[in-house]
Write a protein that binds this ligand. Sequence first.
Ligand code: MN
Length: 480
Amino acid sequence: MPDIYRLTKQIAKYLNHHQVNQVRRAYYYAEQAHLDQKRFSGEPYITHPYAVAVLLTDMKMDEKGLMAALLHDVIEDSQITKQAISLQFGREVADIVDGVSKLAHINFRSRAHAQAENFQKMSLALAKDIRVILVKLADRLHNMSTLGVMPASKRRIKARETLEIYSPIANRLGMHNINVELEELSFSALYPLRYRLLMQAVKKIRGKRELLVKQAIYFFEYELKKNNITATVIGREKHLYSIYQKMKIRRKSFSEIMDVFGIRVLVQKKDDCYRILGIIHSVYKPFPGRFKDYIAIPKINGYQSLHTTLFGEKGTPIEVQMRTLDMDRIANYGIASHWLYKKTKDAELKARQWGNQRWIDDLLELQQISTNSVDFIENVKTSLFPDSIYVFTPKGDIIELPQGATVIDFAYALHTYIGNQCATCRINKQLSSLNTVLESGQTIEIITSNKVNPVKSWLMFSVSSKARSNIRHYLKNNSV
Ligand code: MN
């Protein structure tokens, strides 16, 4: 059952008195709004938004995000409007709640399998505020962890959707912890038998490997101490879904997967990662071709680590990861570590945290020029996928267009013939002109007429190469 006292105690560790009270107020408001509603399990509905908020305290979500988490199903499930929430709790909270509700609606559209990737991108582009995504991911995580009460068919649909849409989003944002949980829950719901078999297989070899890993850890600690390096050495186990994926994609049997168990070394300074690498390579023989320097070249989601695989005792491979505590936090929380890090002043440290890929660079720059976290969040939306917008056909297919695209570009994206004869259009059912610049999330219907032909002025308001080359082609062949 929800325990508002426990929640407030938890957030009082990083929020001030006024902020805690705001969150408390949102809780009571949500409790009232859902008063007569029950979850599928029979529990009072408020248990769900409460649990979503609790999940977000883990990443030290700010008070507005927590309020939105508590209120996230209020517009959807009661008569309460966005305006009412805005009046009570301010525009920012209302916008997040509204964003989460809108994302829920898109789920019900027809969506071809092949479009899943576009859909992920679009969800991100559509969300005006990164907190919308974080609330949505926590919402999905709680729903997945309480999936057991649902009928089997519904469980499978939710699990598949989670694997196609939500866990890749979590991965894209570098949120490893949430991603792992989503994948494990979905895997066990979608393929209960395979999940159980794999779990048993891991259990079976665990005993044997555990000893080996323990010996290696002991040795690591000894060597590091000798070299005056302060480090934490821990054993780790790959999660079942990632083992399953590896078996499937690389067509390998379970016994061929060598990195089920491994070692992680956490240190204070980056230099220590390389020093440790030198030390262990001088004692254990490294597997050729398995060393990866994700510190110098971070993954696109900001992940940084050194990876190597060693020949352990009797030739058994041991995978080792080395990273700093800061990198570890990024590896686990990704974009959400912004909240964990709010107090970090050191710009150079931040630079390393975020890696050097373009969008991460953008984020970093924004973080530095933004005077407060609100600015930062507001700016995140445009930096995730700055070059594209995502719009719908009336049937619900998703079309990707360059930023600044107009109705003309959309028409040509469907078919040259539709472009050449597009007479007028409806955007979200409203009659609109052909030079209207489109925005993500709109639904566009093209009305064609065989009396229409491309004219020169269309070149002034089309940006996609497909539209422009087709218009030019037509004008050249039909000029008098
Ligand atoms: Mn919900």
